[in-house]
Design a protein around this ligand. Structure first.
Ligand code: B3K
Ligand code: ZN
Length: 844
């Protein structure tokens, strides 16, 4: 398969002035006719006129009305064209009902829908399918479906047709079309300049009662973007459509966002608090793309973080404003460490702006998204809030309507702030997680922090240069009072020291407050100091971090040294949990132990070989100890944080439920599931029901409830996804693979539906002790099913191959078994480009 390089970028030789498309819908033979006005591009002449096109049947092509015979290959066509503006017309036939890759035009439960990002438009018609080619689109849809939608504003409709016009020039990846017998949840929004916008969420009949929350989230997002970034919506209508078969979360198509139904449909009975929070965030994310992504898009796919990093950063700001800022930050750091650090420290490591790829869909990663957002956060910390918004205003003013690069983005910041960002730019080009070592000295009232940074080699990048690290630091005096408030240290050298003078006594430093840079902090410290910070730090993030450090130390000593659960940790946790002034959501987070994978990663960092089974057992032992150490407190928390009255998904009641349910999961270890069973029986919302069911599953006492749950919810596909995944997630490690293998025999298992496939196999690969069970059954089962899925849906297959990315961490037996499975996948005839690239990168 061919590799594409950033260094090879060249503009397309023609500009596109306008695009007219007509769709005559039919499941097995949809006809798409295009009329496209091309003109030679003064900024980049090319000799050969090439249009992308894949899996298309070309019926006819014309230039300025005269038939032509282009040279057609499986990747596209070339044609002789005049050296002047011309009109290209083509008719192609496609088969949406046969499209299981869910890219291009496909069908889901009888409805037509599209997914074009990154390179799916070429499966709809011949076109320069690259983000720097922008044009207005007019779309006519012909078919009997009740509802026919496309981008932009509606211009005309009648018996069997609808016409849409999108006045904003856009790249083809933002094209969308939906047609089906859908029903809508309507509303409207008046922008701050007084423009009335029609809003709709379109769903399958029967899902109408699951739209209200998403609609509120949309209106809040629209208002927030006006208030915080000064960005108004720019069309007469904004449509969201829920689709059951979808490869990812959602897609920001101009004026017509398409959502995985799991990321928009919500009701108290069927969705958990976590679902509600995620839905609110994804709706915001896709809406925010209207400015950061659509109005200003990417010049090429290497610049993906330009829109994704920034939009993730914006949706995180939104969630922090709607809910709790520290809780959002802590949750994001947990995810970053779990997914991005894992990627950055293994064979899949790549820069936030990659420099080559075979299949761009493989680069919609935690690094591009989440580390990309961290980079924006660091920039904001370095320049300060005022300068940040000044730079953003300049970005929107200067680049509106353009397809841009990271260079354009940084130039705007340099100009708005007068800073030189050339060193900062390394965050975009250097892969790998920097290690930040710190030591301290104390002399004559001066406290000095000595930092040393170092980034390990990553594939293709043996040597690393020092990066700009914004390090936020505060100092706490021995009596627990803060003596130096949060101060931003700007580290630019490989080694650098910062002194704080005039102090009366040696302080305790609180370093990397708010997780101000995505690094691994390496510092010799003891538990007394951690407990001190856990009690006194004014920075809630570092207060949590201190507790996590204590828990991690305790677990590491149990795993590596056979120690008993640390009473100092249990005592400190008891103190923190008893503090009723602390946000219950914060306390619930403090109660969660570092994940199995986090511990495996840490062991590996310290040159030890993680044993997934032992990690699992020691975490279980610690949780038993927690339950036995504080039964009265847990009982008290459980009762004090019950939420009376009608279920509300807001942050306040959700936080109470999180704490009560965290207590319940420990209490279940003591009471044989009595309280959990009672909660299950009386629950009137999915949060409480699922929490109780999980508790019962964790002690293997959920047989009756599991069957009742299925009977009750069997008609609700999103709830049944939960039913599938919980059983795998809570199986004992020796039974995880067998549980998954049994579930795929269930009549409701459908490998073609990505949500269902992920419910089973995502849960398998995210249960470390089960997936890495010494028998190798987990590896083999996953490989079997990835091989089955690849011919149908390469994107989802490739993504799930990442389960094997940590293979080199483990012992020789496990390594050999994983390598065997990776090689087995790699050897499959006609393996997709997506999966083959992933397998070869993982094998290294
Ligand atoms: N931009 C889309 C992701 C497209 C993924 C293509 N494989 C959703 C988002 O980030 O908002
Ligand atoms: Zn996005």
């Amino acid at each position: 398969h061919d590799t594409v390089y950033l260094a090879d970028y060249a503009p397309f030789g023609w500009t596109v002035e306008e695009v007219h498309l007509t769709f005559r819908l039919s499941p097995d033979a949809t006809r798409v006719t295009s009329r496209i006005r091309f003109a030679p591009n003064p900024e980049g002449r090319q000799d050969r006129f090439f249009l992308h096109g894949e899996q298309l049947k070309l019926i006819e092509a014309k230039i300025d009305g005269a038939p032509v015979s282009p040279e057609v290959t499986p990747r596209g066509l070339t044609c002789d064209v005049p050296d002047a503006p011309f009109t290209w017309e083509a008719e192609v036939e496609i088969a949406p009902a046969q499209n299981f890759a869910l890219e291009g035009l496909y069908m889901s439960n009888g409805m037509y829908c599209t997914q074009c990002e990154a390179e799916g438009f070429r499966k709809i018609t011949y076109y320069p399918d690259r983000p720097d080619v922008m044009s207005t689109f007019t779309v006519r849809i012909e078919g009997d479906e009740k509802v026919k939608l496309a981008n932009g504003n509606p211009v005309d409709s009648g018996a069997g047709f609808a016409e849409w016009h999108d006045p904003w020039p856009k790249p083809a990846y933002l094209f969308a079309l939906v047609a089906g017998d859908l029903v809508n949840h309507p509303d409207s929004f008046t922008t701050r300049s007084g423009k009335q916008v029609e809003l709709n969420i379109w769903v399958r009949p029967g899902d109408e009662d699951k739209c209200a929350f998403g609609m509120e989230a949309l209106k809040k997002s629209m208002k927030w973007d006006e208030e915080v970034y000064g960005r108004e919506y720019d069309l007469d209508i904004f449509n969201i459509v829920a689709v059951d078969d979808f490869n990812m979360g959602a897609m920001e198509n101009k004026g017509l966002n398409i959502f995985n139904s799991s990321c928009v449909l919500a009701s108290p009975e069927t969705s958990t608090d976590a679902n509600f929070e995620r839905i609110e965030a994804i709706i915001a994310h896709e809406y925010f793309h209207n400015w950061t992504g659509n109005r200003i898009t990417c010049r090429d796919w290497f610049q993906l973080c330009l829109k994704e990093g920034l939009t993730v950063f914006r949706d995180a700001q939104f969630t922090a404003d709607m809910r709790s800022e520290p809780v959002k930050r802590i949750g994001d750091v947990i995810d970053l460490r779990a997914r991005q650090f894992r990627e950055d420290n293994g064979p899949l490591a790549h820069p936030v702006r990659p420099e080559s790829f075979q299949e761009i869909n493989n680069f919609y990663t935690a690094t591009v998204y989440e580390k990309g957002a961290e980079v924006i956060g660091m920039l904001k910390r370095l320049v300060g809030d005022d300068e940040y918004y000044k730079a953003l205003d300049l970005y929107f003013a200067r680049h509106d309507g353009q397809a841009c690069t990271i260079e354009d983005w940084l130039a705007v910041f340099e100009e708005a702030t007068g800073r030189d960002l050339s060193q900062f730019k390394r965050w975009y080009s250097q892969a790998g997680t920097p290690r930040l070592h710190v030591t301290e000295t104390w002399e004559d009232g001066t406290f000095t922090l000595h930092f040393r940074q170092e980034t390990p080699a990553t594939p293709g990048q043996p040597e690393k240069q020092p990066q700009v690290l914004p390090i936020e630091v505060g100092l706490i005096g021995p009596n627990g009072d803060e003596v130096v408030e949060t101060t931003l240290l700007e580290m630019t050298e490989a080694e650098q020291s910062f002194a704080f003078t005039g102090l009366g006594a040696r302080p305790v430093p609180s370093i990397l407050r708010g997780f101000s840079a995505p690094v691994i902090l390496q510092r010799e410290t003891d538990n007394a100091e951690r407990a001190f910070l856990m009690a006194h730090d004014t920075d809630p993030y570092n207060r949590w971090e201190a507790g996590r450090g204590l828990a991690k130390q305790a677990l590491m000593r149990m795993i590596a040294g056979g120690a008993a659960p640390d009473e100092a940790y249990l005592g400190a946790l008891h103190t923190l949990l008893s503090d009723e002034t602390l946000d219950p959501a914060f306390r619930a987070l403090a109660m969660a132990l570092p994940s199995e994978d986090d511990l495996a990663q840490t062991l590996h960092e310290s040159s030890m070989t993680p044993d997934p089974q032992r990690i699992w057992e020691k975490r279980e032992e610690m949780r038993d100890a927690m339950a036995r150490w504080m039964p009265d407190l847990l009982e008290k928390l459980f009762h004090a944080h019950q939420v009376p009255g009608t279920y509300q998904p807001d942050a306040g009641p959700a936080a109470s439920r999180a704490l009560a349910n965290a207590a319940l999961s420990l209490l279940t270890r003591l009471d044989g599931g009595e309280k959990a069973r009672a909660q299950y029986a009386s629950a009137d919302n999915m949060t409480q029901q699922l929490a109780a069911l999980s508790c019962l599953l964790s002690i293997d006492a959920a047989k009756g409830e599991l069957a009742a749950f299925y009977d009750h919810w069997q008609a609700d596909r999103l709830v049944i996804d939960k039913w599938f995944s919980l059983q795998v997630a809570y199986a004992k490690p020796a039974e995880t693979a067998a549980t998954a293998a049994a579930l795929v025999e269930h009549p409701d298992f459908d490998m073609k539906n990505p949500n269902r496939f992920r419910a089973v196999f995502g849960a398998l690969s995210m249960s470390p002790a089960g997936f890495h069970h010494a028998s190798g059954a987990g590896y083999e089962l996953l490989a079997d099913w990835l091989l089955k899925l690849d011919p149908l849906n390469p994107q989802t297959t490739a993504r799930m191959c990442a389960a094997f990315q940590t293979w080199r961490r483990f012992d020789a037996d496990r390594q050999a078994m994983m390598k065997t499975q990776l090689e087995r996948i790699g050897a499959q005839q006609d393996l997709s480009r997506d999966t083959s690239e992933m397998v070869s990168r993982i094998l290294g």
